[in-house]
Write a new protein. Structure first.
Length: 294
């Protein structure tokens, strides 16, 4: 149901992109501890890394990186250890949703973190257990798409095509529409009130666009390579897929899927993909996270 490989990331990689959207260079700094399947959120000049897997165990640790000082500090732990969860910003709060716990149970937990006081609060649960979903914030609204809720009686993933939005007034999640295809271990970013749902497990190389004004989903140009569990960010209306599980330039037709080190870029205005093969990541990765810093 979910990728249980303990492929840990012990470094944070910074990729520089010039005004022509060309990748100039990359650099690395150490994390406080090797992790995978964590969630990350950018808050001003700070990067928060929330929970994840370490040495085949779920953790509840939270760390914060100060980009100005180039240093990490531990913050208040999440109330529950987990992997495969998602996180997004709502005003001055970080919202954490779903995931898998220590006993490999799929969670419906929702927590909110107050940045000002370094404290967690237990929120009302998500409408269903959810793992491997994707989350992002658009116009101060948190959205969740896809994911799996567990397995059916035949051992098949119960994959979701649902899109939810968070209503903070009642601390509830509202179902607002459906994707064209269910997915999990995918990525999601937002631009101009539209959600871009990128790839996913089960050999999926599709790009879907969900319009949050009319609650409709359309298909865009397919990704040239299969990608799931990838880092994804949007910068100046270009979507970047960083690494992930899938295919890369130069693979033969009979190549197995693998951790990748290339960067795929989608130009929203041109509806066009390209693969950066000159500048690659320092090493292949998956189950990592990606944030855009302007």
């Amino acid at each position: 149901m979910y990728d249980d490989a303990d492929i840990r990331v012990d470094k944070m990689t910074t990729i520089q992109i010039n005004p022509m959207f060309k990748i100039n260079d990359s650099s690395e700094c150490n994390l406080l501890e090797p992790l995978s399947s964590f969630a990350s959120v950018l808050v001003g000049n700070f990067v928060f890394i929330i929970a994840g897997r370490k040495n085949y165990q779920c953790t509840a640790t939270v760390s914060r990186y100060d980009m100005r000082k180039n240093e990490w500090v531990h913050m208040q732990k999440l109330p529950e250890a987990m992997i495969g969860h998602v996180a997004s910003m709502y005003k001055e709060m970080i919202i954490v949703i779903g995931g898998m716990g220590d006993e490999k149970e799929v969670l419906d937990s929702v927590y909110s973190y107050d940045i000002k006081v370094n404290a967690w609060k237990v929120n009302n649960p998500f409408p269903k257990t959810i793992l491997g979903a994707a989350a992002c914030t658009a116009n101060d609204i948190v959205y969740i798409s896809g994911g799996v809720s567990g397995m059916d009686v035949d051992g098949v993933n119960e994959t979701s095509d649902s899109v939810y939005q968070y209503e903070p007034a009642g601390d509830v999640w509202v179902l607002i529409g459906e994707l064209l295809r269910s997915c999990y271990n995918h990525s999601m970013v937002s631009s101009n009130r539209k959600l871009y749902i990128v790839g996913g497990a089960d050999m999926f190389a599709g790009l879907q666009c969900f319009d949050t004004e009319v609650y409709q989903c359309t298909a865009l140009k397919d990704i040239p390579r299969i990608r799931s569990s990838a880092g994804c960010a949007i910068l100046n209306d270009n979507i970047y897929i960083i690494g992930g599980w899938g295919e890369s330039h130069g693979d033969t037709n009979d190549s197995d899927l693998h951790n990748t080190d290339t960067i795929l870029t989608y130009d929203i205005s041109q509806d066009m993909w390209k693969e950066e093969i000159t500048h690659r990541l320092p090493h292949p990765v998956r189950s990592s996270s990606c944030l855009a810093v302007c």
